[in-house]
Design a binder for this molecule. Structure first.
Ligand code: ZN
Length: 442
C-alpha cells in the first residue's frame, strides 16, 4: 500500500517559528545549567512547554560504562569582593563568572594568590569565558580580561556558595511511536549555563521538532534526548543498551542559531542512511553548506559513534563548536542567536524527517526480465511513454529495487530526482510490481 508522504510543512512559517524559538532560548538563557543540579533539572522541565518529556534521575555514584555519575552540583551565589567589601565579580550578574562545578570556598587572599583561580580571554578583552571543573575538585572565576588587568594589589574576599553532594544526574526523553519500531534519535546536549548557540539553540529546535511530530501518523519511531554532554549521553547509553539495536539513524543537534551555513558531520559509518538523507537535503538547499567526515571530537556523536556502539548518528550544526570567536564565551548570547537561523534550522530538520519517512526500500516482484509495462497501463496508449524521465524512472526503480537499496540510493545512482523516483515507485506499486521490505538496512 502506498502511504501518503508525510507533509510537515503545512502552515509552517519559519519566521514565526524562529521568533518563538528565540523566546524560548531567552527564557532558558539565565538558568545556571551544568551536568547535574537544579539549573539542568529546571531547564529540562521547561521543555514540557512543547511536549510531555519524561525526566529521568540517576543517582550520584551510579556506574555508567567506564564512568561514575558525579555528585550533584548546586550553586546559590558566588562573588569576589575588594578590600572595601564591594562585589567586583558577581555570579548574580552573569553565571559564567563562576567556573562551572566549582567546589565551595570562602576565604580572603592576596591578588597573587587569587590570580591562579582567574580566567579571561586576552584576544577578546570584554568577554567572559566559560570554564568547567568537572570530575576534579577546584574552584575559579571567569571575568573579562579588561577587568582582570585592572585588579589592584591588595586583599580580596572570595565566596562560592555551592554544594557538591550525593544527588542525581537528570536527563529528559520523549518518544513518538511510529508504525515501525525502527528508531531515529535526536540528541541535544543541555549542560551549558548562559550560552545561547552552544546548547540552547539545539535544545529549543529539538523540542519544537518533537512537538511538530507528536500526534502525527509516522512510519518510524522518533526518540528525543536532552542530556548533559558526555556523562549524560554515556548514562543514557548505559541504561538503554537493549534499545540500541532499533536505532536506524540519528542526529546530534548543536549550534543551530548562528548566522553560519549548515555543517553536517557524517556518522562514523560514513555511508549510513542518515548520511545520504541529510546530504541529499543539504544539496537541495543551495550552496554554502558543507559535509564533513567523522572525527572522534565534538559533541555526543563521540559517544554514540564509539566503536562498541557505532550507531548511525551524524551531527547537524550551523557553525560547529570552536569555529566561531564567540564560542564558549559570554558573546554566545541572545544577540548572537538569530530567530531566522533557528527557524531555518527547524525547517531543514522537517525536510530531513519528511525524506526519512519517504525513503523506503522496496523489492521488484517481477525481476526476471522487464515486466511488460504496456499491459499494466504504464505506457501511453499511443505507444510512447509520458516522457523520457518517466520511462527512465520506471526502469531504474524496477532494476534497482532489490530490497537492499532505498529510494534515495536509486535517485543517486540514476541521477534522477528523489521526487521522480518516488512518483515512479508509487505507479509501480499501484500496478502490483513492487513490495516494501520491512526494515531499514544499514
Ligand atoms: Zn560547548
Amino acid at each position: 500500500m502506498t502511504l501518503p508522504l508525510v507533509n510537515l510543512h503545512e502552515d509552517f512559517d519559519a519566521e514565526v517559528e524562529g521568533r518563538q524559538l528565540h523566546n524560548f532560548v531567552a527564557r532558558l538563557y539565565p538558568f545556571c545549567r551544568s551536568i547535574t543540579g537544579d539549573g539542568l533539572r529546571d531547564s529540562l522541565a521547561a521543555l514540557k512547554q512543547f511536549v510531555p518529556v519524561a525526566l529521568h534521575e540517576v543517582p550520584s555514584g551510579t556506574q555508567v560504562l567506564d564512568w561514575v555519575v558525579p555528585p550533584e552540583w548546586n550553586i546559590r551565589d558566588a562573588w569576589i569582593a575588594d578590600a572595601a567589601g564591594k562585589r567586583i565579580v558577581d555570579f548574580r550578574q552573569h553565571n559564567l563568572h563562576v567556573v562551572n562545578y566549582s567546589m565551595p570556598v570562602r576565604t580572603r587572599l592576596t591578588l597573587a594568590e587569587l590570580k591562579p583561580h582567574l580566567h579571561s580571554v586576552p584576544e577578546h578583552p570584554d568577554w567572559i569565558p566559560y570554564r568547567t571543573s568537572y570530575f576534579r575538585e577546584c574552584w575559579g572565576f571567569c571575568l573579562s580580561h579588561r577587568q582582570r588587568q585592572s585588579l589592584a594589589d591588595g586583599e580580596y574576599e572570595v565566596c562560592i556558595d555551592s554544594t557538591l553532594e550525593p544527588g542525581h544526574l537528570t536527563f529528559a526523553e520523549f518518544r513518538i511511536e511510529g508504525e515501525s519500531k525502527d528508531e531515529f534519535l535526536f540528541s541535544a546536549h543541555s549542560c551549558h549555563p548562559s550560552l545561547a548557540n552552544d546548547n540552547l539553540s539545539g535544545m529549543a529546535v529539538a523540542a519544537r521538532l518533537a512537538q511538530l511530530l507528536h500526534g502525527r501518523q509516522l512510519r518510524h519511531t522518533y526518540r528525543f534526548l536532552w542530556a548533559p554532554g558526555t556523562i549524560g549521553a554515556i548514562t543514557w547509553l548505559a541504561r538503554n543498551r537493549n534499545a540500541l539495536s532499533n536505532i536506524r539513524g540519528g542526529l546530534v543537534l548543536s549550534c543551530l542559531g548562528d548566522l553560519g551555513a549548515f555543517h553536517y558531520k557524517r556518522s562514523r559509518r560514513e555511508n549510513a542512511r542518515v548520511d545520504s538523507v541529510v546530504e541529499h537535503i543539504l544539496t537541495g538547499s543551495g550552496p554554502g553548506h558543507s559535509v564533513e567526515v567523522f572525527e572522534p571530537m565534538g559533541y555526543d556523536e563521540r559517544q554514540f559513534c564509539s566503536p562498541g556502539f557505532d550507531l548511525p548518528v551524524g551531527r547537524l550544526s550551523r557553525t560547529p563548536n570552536g569555529r566561531y570567536a564567540e564560542y564558549h564565551t559570554s558573546a554566545d548570547n541572545l544577540e548572537f542567536v538569530r530567530p531566522a537561523s533557528l527557524g531555518g534550522s527547524l525547517d531543514l530538520l522537517l525536510r530531513i524527517v519528511e525524506t526519512w519517512e519517504a525513503n523506503r526500500t522496496l523489492r521488484n516482484l517481477a525481476p526476471h526480465g522487464e515486466p511488460q509495462l504496456g499491459k499494466r497501463g504504464l505506457y501511453r496508449s499511443t505507444g510512447g511513454l509520458a516522457s523520457d524521465t518517466d520511462e527512465a524512472a520506471l526502469l531504474w526503480v524496477l532494476n534497482l529495487a532489490d530490497g537492499t537499496r532505498s529510494l534515495l540510493d536509486i535517485a543517486k545512482r540514476s541521477h534522477l530526482s528523489f521526487a521522480a523516483v518516488s512518483a515512479a515507485t508509487a505507479r509501480l506499486e499501484r500496478a502490483g510490481l513492487l513490495a516494501e521490505t520491512n526494515s531499514i538496512q544499514r
